[in-house]
Design a protein around this ligand. Structure first.
Ligand code: 6MZ
Length: 352
């Protein structure tokens, strides 16, 4: 890959924490659990190394990942590594999303899970990365000359009940001044009903949290239209839309988080050259390239930019503009937007 894409400052708005786990870390953790006899390592090894997973297999893999990553220490470690990996490829602003998990057997509550994530953000420091956490910006990491803003979105899993979704929203509100800025609805798209989540999502929005929804990963016109009528701050994927849904989306101008490799790997889109990126881009609809699950899909944000550039014939000026414009779709406060604008202005001078 042309290292220009790596040097390009980038904004990542759709990255699931546990889906972004390093393959090497996942293998190491699975091997350790295998040695303890908790799992049969060879079962994991096969699925971790498998490349072309269907959407169903991806969700099976997530269940496996969750077995491997349930303790606080591991969550902290994964968070640290994921932020370092994004910073290393010049992601300057990251909205990291994760589903707070409760596991009574090890004393994990949704709150202690998120505290472990925050601990991971604070521990982003090594010989190549320094962290500078100011009191008014708990998740601003200075990595040498690199700087990455990190904000958290708490995900509601589609398997959850209305009460569990509400619990996640309340937790997000309690952690608002610690870098939590919004709510995501995600999980297996064939599971759960939209109506289950509406009360919690409405409450989140009334209380000043931003909302993004996984929308249209499978054909479900009734749900897609209800989601668009909700007017979320952004949606992810938008793969299985029909004419009416496209019309609604385009008139709403809701920004779309585009995950090319993820959509191809899960066979949600048949091939990248027919991806709806092309049409949305041509029509100037707000879009942002994202990774979804950089570990699970063996990709990086730089790679997603390189793929879009080569597939859709976009030159470096167009790719720079695509990366830059994403500042407008972030959920963080205006002050961060202004900082990002400055970062892109200065990058424009060096990348020319
Ligand atoms: C829907 C997805 C997803 O929350 O444990 N997740 N949900 N569609 C996708 N695209 C294929 N990729 C990931 O990260 C992993 C969880 O994120 C959701 C799933 O619920 C998965 O279990 P966290 O950090």
């Amino acid at each position: 890959m042309d290292c220009w894409f790596r040097n390009l400052p980038k904004i990542e708005l759709h990255a699931h924490l546990n889906g972004s786990i390093r393959n090497s870390t996942l293998l190491e953790l699975a091997r350790e659990l295998g040695e303890k006899g908790t799992i049969i390592f060879s079962d994991f090894e096969y699925v971790i190394r498998k490349d072309d997973r269907s959407l169903r297999e991806v969700f099976k893999l997530f269940d496996l990942i969750h077995i491997v990553t349930t303790d606080h220490k591991t969550i902290t470690r994964i968070t640290k590594e994921v932020v370092e990996d994004f910073a290393a490829e010049n992601v300057v602003y990251l909205e990291l999303r994760t589903t707070p998990k409760r596991n009574d057997s090890i004393g994990m509550s949704k709150r202690s899970y998120i505290e472990a994530v925050l601990e991971g953000l604070r521990s982003v420091s090594s010989s190549s990365l320094d962290i500078n956490l100011s009191s008014n910006d708990p998740a601003k990491c200075v990595a040498g000359t690199k700087m990455i803003y990190v904000r958290l979105l708490l995900s509601i899993d589609r398997r959850e009940s209305t009460a569990a979704a509400m619990e996640t929203v309340k937790l997000a509100l309690e952690m608002k001044d610690m870098g939590v800025i919004g709510i995501d609805l995600s999980g297996n798209p064939t599971v759960g009903e939209w109506a289950t989540f509406v009360p919690a999502l409405k409450f989140a929005r009334e209380q000043g949290l931003s909302v993004t929804l996984h929308c249209g990963e499978v054909p479900n016109p009734v749900e897609i239209q209800a989601m668009l009528d909700f007017l979320p701050g952004r949606i992810g994927h938008a793969c299985c839309f029909q004419d009416e849904e496209w019309r609604k989306l385009k008139s709403s101008m809701i920004p779309v988080e585009i995950c090319l490799t993820s959509n191809i790997r899960t066979e949600t889109i048949s091939s990248v050259d027919v991806h709806h990126f092309a049409e949305l881009y041509k029509e100037n609809h707000p879009i942002v390239l994202c990774t979804d699950d950089s570990g699970v899909f063996s990709t990086s944000l730089s790679n997603e930019y390189a793929i879009a550039s080569s597939t859709f014939g976009l030159g470096k000026p167009e790719m720079f503009q695509l990366a830059r414009i994403a500042f407008d779709f972030i959920f963080a406060e205006n002050q961060v937007k202004m900082e990002l604008i400055k970062m892109f202005e200065s990058a424009a001078r060096t990348l020319e």
